[in-house]
Design a protein around this ligand. Structure first.
Ligand SMILES: NC(=O)C1=CN([C@@H]2O[C@H](COP(=O)(O)OP(=O)(O)OC[C@H]3O[C@@H](n4cnc5c(N)ncnc54)[C@H](OP(=O)(O)O)[C@@H]3O)[C@@H](O)[C@H]2O)C=CC1
Ligand SMILES: O=C1CO[C@H](CO)[C@@H](O)[C@@H]1O
Length: 380
Protein backbone atom coordinates (compact mmCIF):
# COMPACT_ATOMS: atom_id res chain seq x y z
CA UNK A 1 0.00 0.00 0.00
CA UNK A 2 1.53 3.33 -1.06
CA UNK A 3 1.52 6.39 1.17
CA UNK A 4 -0.55 9.27 -0.32
CA UNK A 5 1.32 12.46 -1.12
CA UNK A 6 -1.28 15.21 -1.34
CA UNK A 7 -0.36 17.72 -4.03
CA UNK A 8 -1.44 21.37 -4.05
CA UNK A 9 -0.70 22.71 -7.53
CA UNK A 10 -0.49 26.51 -7.91
CA UNK A 11 -1.03 27.47 -11.57
CA UNK A 12 -2.80 25.39 -14.22
CA UNK A 13 -1.26 26.55 -17.52
CA UNK A 14 1.34 24.81 -19.70
CA UNK A 15 3.31 23.38 -16.80
CA UNK A 16 0.17 22.68 -14.78
CA UNK A 17 -0.66 20.12 -17.46
CA UNK A 18 2.79 18.51 -17.74
CA UNK A 19 3.08 18.15 -13.96
CA UNK A 20 -0.45 16.80 -13.52
CA UNK A 21 0.28 14.23 -16.21
CA UNK A 22 3.46 13.29 -14.33
CA UNK A 23 1.61 12.79 -11.05
CA UNK A 24 -1.10 10.70 -12.70
CA UNK A 25 1.24 8.41 -14.65
CA UNK A 26 4.11 7.88 -12.25
CA UNK A 27 2.92 4.90 -10.18
CA UNK A 28 1.76 2.99 -13.27
CA UNK A 29 5.30 2.98 -14.61
CA UNK A 30 7.29 3.07 -11.34
CA UNK A 31 5.19 0.64 -9.26
CA UNK A 32 7.91 0.09 -6.67
CA UNK A 33 7.57 3.65 -5.31
CA UNK A 34 6.24 3.87 -1.77
CA UNK A 35 4.41 7.18 -2.29
CA UNK A 36 1.43 7.94 -4.55
CA UNK A 37 0.65 11.55 -5.56
CA UNK A 38 -2.97 12.56 -4.98
CA UNK A 39 -4.32 15.53 -6.98
CA UNK A 40 -5.80 17.16 -3.88
CA UNK A 41 -6.15 20.81 -4.92
CA UNK A 42 -5.33 23.21 -7.73
CA UNK A 43 -5.07 26.98 -7.34
CA UNK A 44 -5.41 29.89 -9.78
CA UNK A 45 -7.04 33.30 -9.87
CA UNK A 46 -9.65 32.82 -12.63
CA UNK A 47 -12.41 30.65 -11.07
CA UNK A 48 -13.99 29.45 -14.31
CA UNK A 49 -10.78 28.37 -16.03
CA UNK A 50 -9.63 26.82 -12.75
CA UNK A 51 -12.83 24.78 -12.42
CA UNK A 52 -12.53 23.56 -16.01
CA UNK A 53 -8.92 22.46 -15.37
CA UNK A 54 -9.82 20.78 -12.05
CA UNK A 55 -12.65 18.84 -13.72
CA UNK A 56 -10.53 17.80 -16.69
CA UNK A 57 -7.60 16.60 -14.61
CA UNK A 58 -9.71 15.33 -11.69
CA UNK A 59 -8.40 17.54 -8.89
CA UNK A 60 -10.46 17.05 -5.72
CA UNK A 61 -10.78 20.77 -4.91
CA UNK A 62 -9.81 24.31 -5.96
CA UNK A 63 -8.52 27.46 -4.24
CA UNK A 64 -8.35 30.97 -5.69
CA UNK A 65 -5.84 32.22 -3.10
CA UNK A 66 -2.54 30.33 -2.76
CA UNK A 67 -2.27 31.45 0.88
CA UNK A 68 -5.41 29.45 1.70
CA UNK A 69 -3.98 26.42 -0.08
CA UNK A 70 -0.77 26.60 1.93
CA UNK A 71 -2.74 26.80 5.20
CA UNK A 72 -4.53 23.51 4.50
CA UNK A 73 -3.57 20.53 6.66
CA UNK A 74 -4.50 18.09 3.91
CA UNK A 75 -1.73 19.33 1.55
CA UNK A 76 1.75 17.73 1.80
CA UNK A 77 3.53 19.26 -1.20
CA UNK A 78 3.13 22.59 -2.95
CA UNK A 79 3.93 22.63 -6.68
CA UNK A 80 4.63 26.16 -7.99
CA UNK A 81 3.84 26.58 -11.70
CA UNK A 82 3.09 30.29 -11.77
CA UNK A 83 5.05 33.07 -13.51
CA UNK A 84 8.51 33.67 -12.09
CA UNK A 85 7.71 36.77 -9.99
CA UNK A 86 5.55 34.71 -7.61
CA UNK A 87 7.94 31.79 -7.00
CA UNK A 88 9.80 33.34 -4.03
CA UNK A 89 6.83 34.56 -2.03
CA UNK A 90 4.91 31.31 -2.45
CA UNK A 91 7.93 29.06 -1.78
CA UNK A 92 8.98 30.90 1.36
CA UNK A 93 5.43 30.80 2.76
CA UNK A 94 5.13 27.10 1.87
CA UNK A 95 8.44 26.29 3.56
CA UNK A 96 7.39 28.18 6.69
CA UNK A 97 4.20 26.08 6.71
CA UNK A 98 6.35 22.91 6.57
CA UNK A 99 5.27 21.86 3.07
CA UNK A 100 7.49 20.05 0.60
CA UNK A 101 8.01 22.21 -2.49
CA UNK A 102 8.42 21.48 -6.18
CA UNK A 103 9.06 24.77 -7.98
CA UNK A 104 9.30 25.55 -11.68
CA UNK A 105 12.41 27.13 -13.19
CA UNK A 106 13.93 29.65 -13.04
CA UNK A 107 14.04 29.44 -9.25
CA UNK A 108 13.38 33.16 -8.81
CA UNK A 109 13.67 36.61 -10.37
CA UNK A 110 17.23 37.09 -9.09
CA UNK A 111 19.83 35.59 -6.71
CA UNK A 112 18.65 37.67 -3.72
CA UNK A 113 15.21 36.05 -3.93
CA UNK A 114 16.82 32.69 -4.64
CA UNK A 115 19.03 32.89 -1.54
CA UNK A 116 16.00 33.65 0.64
CA UNK A 117 14.22 30.62 -0.87
CA UNK A 118 17.18 28.32 -0.21
CA UNK A 119 17.44 29.64 3.37
CA UNK A 120 13.70 29.02 3.91
CA UNK A 121 13.67 25.39 2.68
CA UNK A 122 16.91 24.53 4.45
CA UNK A 123 15.72 26.10 7.73
CA UNK A 124 12.40 24.24 7.50
CA UNK A 125 14.14 21.01 6.42
CA UNK A 126 11.52 20.37 3.74
CA UNK A 127 12.07 18.31 0.60
CA UNK A 128 12.50 20.60 -2.40
CA UNK A 129 13.19 20.41 -6.10
CA UNK A 130 13.22 22.56 -9.25
CA UNK A 131 11.83 21.26 -12.54
CA UNK A 132 14.89 21.46 -14.81
CA UNK A 133 13.31 18.59 -16.68
CA UNK A 134 15.78 18.16 -19.55
CA UNK A 135 18.18 16.38 -17.15
CA UNK A 136 15.68 13.52 -17.28
CA UNK A 137 15.62 12.94 -21.02
CA UNK A 138 17.10 9.40 -21.07
CA UNK A 139 19.80 10.37 -23.61
CA UNK A 140 20.85 13.35 -21.46
CA UNK A 141 20.97 11.19 -18.32
CA UNK A 142 23.09 8.73 -20.30
CA UNK A 143 25.47 11.54 -21.29
CA UNK A 144 25.90 12.21 -17.56
CA UNK A 145 26.71 8.53 -16.95
CA UNK A 146 29.29 8.44 -19.78
CA UNK A 147 30.99 11.58 -18.45
CA UNK A 148 30.98 10.30 -14.85
CA UNK A 149 32.53 7.03 -16.05
CA UNK A 150 35.44 9.13 -17.34
CA UNK A 151 34.94 8.11 -20.96
CA UNK A 152 35.48 11.62 -22.35
CA UNK A 153 38.69 12.17 -20.39
CA UNK A 154 39.66 15.78 -19.92
CA UNK A 155 36.89 18.07 -21.22
CA UNK A 156 37.92 20.98 -23.44
CA UNK A 157 34.68 22.45 -24.80
CA UNK A 158 30.99 22.74 -23.89
CA UNK A 159 28.59 24.51 -26.25
CA UNK A 160 24.84 24.83 -26.07
CA UNK A 161 21.99 26.59 -27.89
CA UNK A 162 18.32 27.15 -27.13
CA UNK A 163 16.59 28.73 -30.13
CA UNK A 164 13.03 29.94 -30.72
CA UNK A 165 11.33 32.37 -33.12
CA UNK A 166 7.97 33.34 -31.57
CA UNK A 167 8.63 37.02 -30.75
CA UNK A 168 10.01 38.23 -34.09
CA UNK A 169 6.87 40.24 -34.98
CA UNK A 170 6.55 43.79 -33.55
CA UNK A 171 2.83 43.06 -33.14
CA UNK A 172 3.32 40.59 -30.29
CA UNK A 173 2.25 42.50 -27.16
CA UNK A 174 3.94 42.19 -23.76
CA UNK A 175 2.55 41.34 -20.33
CA UNK A 176 -0.72 39.93 -19.07
CA UNK A 177 -1.68 36.32 -18.54
CA UNK A 178 -0.43 34.90 -21.84
CA UNK A 179 2.64 37.03 -22.49
CA UNK A 180 4.20 37.47 -19.07
CA UNK A 181 7.50 36.12 -20.51
CA UNK A 182 7.99 39.45 -22.34
CA UNK A 183 7.43 41.52 -19.20
CA UNK A 184 10.59 41.86 -17.08
CA UNK A 185 8.54 42.51 -13.94
CA UNK A 186 6.93 39.07 -14.23
CA UNK A 187 9.72 37.09 -15.86
CA UNK A 188 12.85 38.66 -14.35
CA UNK A 189 14.70 38.38 -17.65
CA UNK A 190 14.08 37.22 -21.20
CA UNK A 191 15.81 34.28 -22.83
CA UNK A 192 18.52 34.20 -20.15
CA UNK A 193 16.20 33.06 -17.35
CA UNK A 194 13.67 31.33 -19.58
CA UNK A 195 15.86 29.29 -21.93
CA UNK A 196 19.57 29.62 -21.12
CA UNK A 197 18.75 28.64 -17.53
CA UNK A 198 17.98 25.14 -18.85
CA UNK A 199 21.29 25.03 -20.75
CA UNK A 200 23.21 26.27 -17.70
CA UNK A 201 21.53 23.74 -15.38
CA UNK A 202 22.43 20.86 -17.72
CA UNK A 203 25.96 22.21 -18.21
CA UNK A 204 26.71 22.51 -14.50
CA UNK A 205 25.32 19.01 -13.97
CA UNK A 206 27.39 17.50 -16.78
CA UNK A 207 30.56 19.59 -16.63
CA UNK A 208 30.76 21.21 -13.18
CA UNK A 209 30.61 24.79 -11.97
CA UNK A 210 31.10 27.89 -14.13
CA UNK A 211 33.68 30.33 -12.79
CA UNK A 212 33.63 33.35 -15.19
CA UNK A 213 31.28 34.67 -17.86
CA UNK A 214 31.26 37.29 -20.57
CA UNK A 215 27.85 37.93 -22.12
CA UNK A 216 26.07 40.04 -24.68
CA UNK A 217 22.33 40.61 -24.99
CA UNK A 218 20.05 42.40 -27.43
CA UNK A 219 16.45 43.55 -27.37
CA UNK A 220 15.54 43.68 -31.05
CA UNK A 221 12.02 45.08 -30.62
CA UNK A 222 12.40 48.03 -28.25
CA UNK A 223 8.72 48.85 -27.60
CA UNK A 224 5.56 46.75 -27.48
CA UNK A 225 1.96 47.36 -26.48
CA UNK A 226 1.33 46.24 -22.91
CA UNK A 227 -1.78 44.05 -22.73
CA UNK A 228 -2.85 45.46 -19.36
CA UNK A 229 -2.35 49.23 -19.92
CA UNK A 230 -2.96 49.20 -23.70
CA UNK A 231 0.02 51.59 -23.98
CA UNK A 232 3.21 51.22 -25.98
CA UNK A 233 5.93 50.65 -23.40
CA UNK A 234 9.69 49.96 -23.57
CA UNK A 235 10.64 46.27 -23.63
CA UNK A 236 13.13 45.50 -20.89
CA UNK A 237 13.78 41.79 -21.36
CA UNK A 238 16.67 40.33 -23.37
CA UNK A 239 15.40 38.93 -26.70
CA UNK A 240 18.74 37.22 -27.36
CA UNK A 241 21.75 36.37 -25.23
CA UNK A 242 25.10 34.77 -25.96
CA UNK A 243 27.92 34.21 -23.54
CA UNK A 244 31.38 32.76 -23.23
CA UNK A 245 32.44 31.13 -19.99
CA UNK A 246 35.17 29.26 -18.21
CA UNK A 247 34.32 26.14 -16.20
CA UNK A 248 36.18 25.29 -13.00
CA UNK A 249 37.53 22.13 -14.69
CA UNK A 250 39.42 24.30 -17.19
CA UNK A 251 37.08 23.81 -20.15
CA UNK A 252 35.62 26.65 -22.24
CA UNK A 253 31.90 27.21 -22.77
CA UNK A 254 29.89 28.91 -25.50
CA UNK A 255 26.13 29.43 -25.05
CA UNK A 256 23.50 31.10 -27.23
CA UNK A 257 19.77 31.65 -26.90
CA UNK A 258 17.29 33.73 -28.86
CA UNK A 259 13.62 34.08 -29.74
CA UNK A 260 14.65 35.45 -33.15
CA UNK A 261 15.99 32.34 -34.91
CA UNK A 262 13.43 32.04 -37.70
CA UNK A 263 12.42 28.42 -38.18
CA UNK A 264 13.31 27.24 -34.68
CA UNK A 265 10.47 26.62 -32.21
CA UNK A 266 12.32 25.04 -29.29
CA UNK A 267 15.70 23.74 -30.42
CA UNK A 268 17.91 22.84 -27.47
CA UNK A 269 21.26 21.32 -28.44
CA UNK A 270 24.56 20.73 -26.71
CA UNK A 271 27.97 19.32 -27.68
CA UNK A 272 30.82 18.38 -25.38
CA UNK A 273 34.35 17.68 -26.64
CA UNK A 274 36.74 15.69 -24.48
CA UNK A 275 40.22 14.31 -24.91
CA UNK A 276 38.94 10.81 -25.76
CA UNK A 277 35.41 11.33 -27.00
CA UNK A 278 32.67 13.82 -27.89
CA UNK A 279 28.92 13.87 -27.19
CA UNK A 280 26.18 15.73 -29.04
CA UNK A 281 22.43 15.94 -28.26
CA UNK A 282 19.44 17.65 -29.87
CA UNK A 283 15.98 18.04 -28.29
CA UNK A 284 14.27 17.54 -31.65
CA UNK A 285 15.71 14.04 -31.83
CA UNK A 286 15.71 13.47 -28.11
CA UNK A 287 16.32 9.72 -28.11
CA UNK A 288 19.56 10.06 -29.99
CA UNK A 289 22.96 10.54 -28.39
CA UNK A 290 25.65 11.25 -30.94
CA UNK A 291 28.94 9.76 -29.76
CA UNK A 292 32.45 9.91 -31.21
CA UNK A 293 35.03 7.66 -29.57
CA UNK A 294 38.68 8.18 -30.50
CA UNK A 295 39.39 4.74 -29.01
CA UNK A 296 37.47 3.04 -31.85
CA UNK A 297 39.45 1.07 -34.42
CA UNK A 298 40.90 3.62 -36.88
CA UNK A 299 39.25 2.63 -40.12
CA UNK A 300 35.80 2.40 -38.45
CA UNK A 301 36.17 5.56 -36.34
CA UNK A 302 33.29 8.01 -36.76
CA UNK A 303 30.24 9.56 -35.10
CA UNK A 304 27.87 6.91 -33.74
CA UNK A 305 24.19 7.64 -33.46
CA UNK A 306 22.96 5.82 -30.36
CA UNK A 307 19.19 5.42 -30.16
CA UNK A 308 18.72 5.45 -26.40
CA UNK A 309 15.69 3.18 -26.19
CA UNK A 310 17.00 -0.20 -25.18
CA UNK A 311 15.66 -1.78 -22.06
CA UNK A 312 18.55 -4.08 -21.40
CA UNK A 313 18.80 -2.23 -18.11
CA UNK A 314 21.81 -0.15 -19.04
CA UNK A 315 20.12 2.85 -20.63
CA UNK A 316 18.42 5.12 -18.09
CA UNK A 317 14.63 5.12 -17.61
CA UNK A 318 13.85 3.17 -20.82
CA UNK A 319 13.14 -0.16 -19.10
CA UNK A 320 10.02 1.55 -17.63
CA UNK A 321 8.36 2.15 -20.97
CA UNK A 322 7.78 0.09 -24.11
CA UNK A 323 9.76 -2.58 -25.92
CA UNK A 324 13.29 -1.72 -27.10
CA UNK A 325 13.38 0.67 -30.04
CA UNK A 326 10.10 2.47 -29.28
CA UNK A 327 10.16 6.12 -28.34
CA UNK A 328 8.96 8.25 -25.48
CA UNK A 329 8.69 12.08 -25.50
CA UNK A 330 8.90 15.45 -23.78
CA UNK A 331 6.13 14.67 -21.27
CA UNK A 332 8.03 11.67 -19.92
CA UNK A 333 10.76 13.93 -18.53
CA UNK A 334 8.18 15.20 -16.03
CA UNK A 335 7.10 11.66 -15.14
CA UNK A 336 10.77 10.85 -14.49
CA UNK A 337 11.14 13.99 -12.36
CA UNK A 338 8.17 12.99 -10.19
CA UNK A 339 9.48 9.41 -9.95
CA UNK A 340 12.89 10.60 -8.75
CA UNK A 341 11.29 13.03 -6.29
CA UNK A 342 9.16 10.23 -4.81
CA UNK A 343 12.19 7.93 -4.74
CA UNK A 344 14.07 10.58 -2.75
CA UNK A 345 11.23 10.57 -0.20
CA UNK A 346 11.34 6.76 -0.03
CA UNK A 347 15.10 6.55 0.41
CA UNK A 348 15.94 9.81 2.22
CA UNK A 349 18.44 10.69 -0.53
CA UNK A 350 18.61 14.35 -1.62
CA UNK A 351 16.69 15.17 -4.79
CA UNK A 352 18.55 17.06 -7.54
CA UNK A 353 18.19 19.64 -8.91
CA UNK A 354 16.99 21.21 -5.67
CA UNK A 355 16.71 24.86 -4.65
CA UNK A 356 20.43 25.10 -3.90
CA UNK A 357 21.37 23.68 -7.32
CA UNK A 358 18.93 26.06 -9.02
CA UNK A 359 20.41 29.00 -7.11
CA UNK A 360 23.78 28.24 -8.73
CA UNK A 361 22.11 28.51 -12.15
CA UNK A 362 20.39 31.73 -11.08
CA UNK A 363 23.73 33.23 -10.03
CA UNK A 364 25.25 32.38 -13.43
CA UNK A 365 22.24 33.96 -15.24
CA UNK A 366 22.64 37.10 -13.14
CA UNK A 367 26.38 37.31 -13.85
CA UNK A 368 25.71 36.91 -17.60
CA UNK A 369 23.16 39.75 -17.58
CA UNK A 370 25.47 42.01 -15.53
CA UNK A 371 28.41 41.22 -17.78
CA UNK A 372 26.32 42.07 -20.86
CA UNK A 373 25.15 45.36 -19.32
CA UNK A 374 28.67 46.37 -18.28
CA UNK A 375 30.46 44.82 -21.28
CA UNK A 376 33.03 43.04 -19.12
CA UNK A 377 33.87 39.62 -17.65
CA UNK A 378 32.21 38.66 -14.37
CA UNK A 379 33.48 36.19 -11.81
CA UNK A 380 30.58 33.95 -10.77
N1 LIG B 1 10.48 23.19 -17.12
C1 LIG B 1 10.11 23.70 -18.28
O1 LIG B 1 10.55 23.25 -19.31
C2 LIG B 1 9.15 24.83 -18.33
C3 LIG B 1 9.01 25.67 -17.27
N2 LIG B 1 8.15 26.72 -17.28
C4 LIG B 1 8.03 27.56 -16.07
O2 LIG B 1 6.78 27.26 -15.43
C5 LIG B 1 6.22 28.42 -14.84
C6 LIG B 1 4.82 28.61 -15.40
O3 LIG B 1 4.90 28.72 -16.81
P1 LIG B 1 3.65 28.30 -17.75
O4 LIG B 1 2.98 27.10 -17.22
O5 LIG B 1 4.15 28.29 -19.13
O6 LIG B 1 2.72 29.58 -17.51
P2 LIG B 1 1.22 29.81 -17.94
O7 LIG B 1 1.11 31.25 -18.26
O8 LIG B 1 0.80 28.79 -18.94
O9 LIG B 1 0.41 29.49 -16.58
C7 LIG B 1 0.57 30.27 -15.44
C8 LIG B 1 -0.51 29.86 -14.43
O10 LIG B 1 -0.28 30.54 -13.21
C9 LIG B 1 -1.53 30.98 -12.70
N3 LIG B 1 -1.24 32.11 -11.83
C10 LIG B 1 -0.61 33.26 -12.13
N4 LIG B 1 -0.48 34.04 -11.06
C11 LIG B 1 -1.04 33.36 -10.03
C12 LIG B 1 -1.23 33.63 -8.66
N5 LIG B 1 -0.83 34.78 -8.11
N6 LIG B 1 -1.87 32.72 -7.88
C13 LIG B 1 -2.29 31.54 -8.44
N7 LIG B 1 -2.13 31.24 -9.72
C14 LIG B 1 -1.52 32.13 -10.52
C15 LIG B 1 -2.34 31.32 -13.95
O11 LIG B 1 -3.76 31.25 -13.72
P3 LIG B 1 -4.62 32.54 -13.30
O12 LIG B 1 -4.32 33.59 -14.31
O13 LIG B 1 -6.03 32.05 -13.30
O14 LIG B 1 -4.17 32.90 -11.93
C16 LIG B 1 -1.91 30.18 -14.87
O15 LIG B 1 -2.71 29.05 -14.66
C17 LIG B 1 7.20 29.56 -15.17
O16 LIG B 1 8.04 29.75 -14.06
C18 LIG B 1 8.00 29.03 -16.36
O17 LIG B 1 9.30 29.57 -16.44
C19 LIG B 1 7.34 26.94 -18.36
C20 LIG B 1 7.42 26.16 -19.48
C21 LIG B 1 8.35 25.03 -19.56
O1 LIG C 1 11.74 24.60 -21.88
C1 LIG C 1 10.99 25.53 -22.17
C2 LIG C 1 10.48 25.66 -23.55
O2 LIG C 1 10.11 26.97 -23.89
C3 LIG C 1 9.37 27.71 -22.94
C4 LIG C 1 9.02 29.07 -23.52
O3 LIG C 1 8.44 28.99 -24.76
C5 LIG C 1 10.17 27.83 -21.67
O4 LIG C 1 9.48 28.55 -20.68
C6 LIG C 1 10.50 26.47 -21.15
O5 LIG C 1 11.24 26.49 -19.98
Amino acid sequence: MQKPLNIGLIGYGFMGRTHSNGYKRVNDFFPELKHRPVLKAVCGRSPEKLKAFADQWQYESTETDWRELIKRDDIDAIDIVTPNNSHAEIAIAAAEAGKMILCEKPLALNPTEGEAMVAAVEKAGVANSVWYNYRRVPAVTMAKQLIDEGRLGRIFHYRANFLQDWTISDDVPQGGAALWRLDAAAAGSGVTGDLLAHCIDTAIWLNGSISKVSGMTETFVKERVHTETGKVQPVSIDDACAFLCRFENGSLGLFESTRYARGHKALYTFEINGENASIRWDLHDLHRLEWFDHGDEGKLRGWRSIHVSDHDGEQPYMDRWWVPGLNIGYEHTFVHHVADFLKSLDTGETMHPNFRDALETQVVCDAVLKSAAEENWKVV
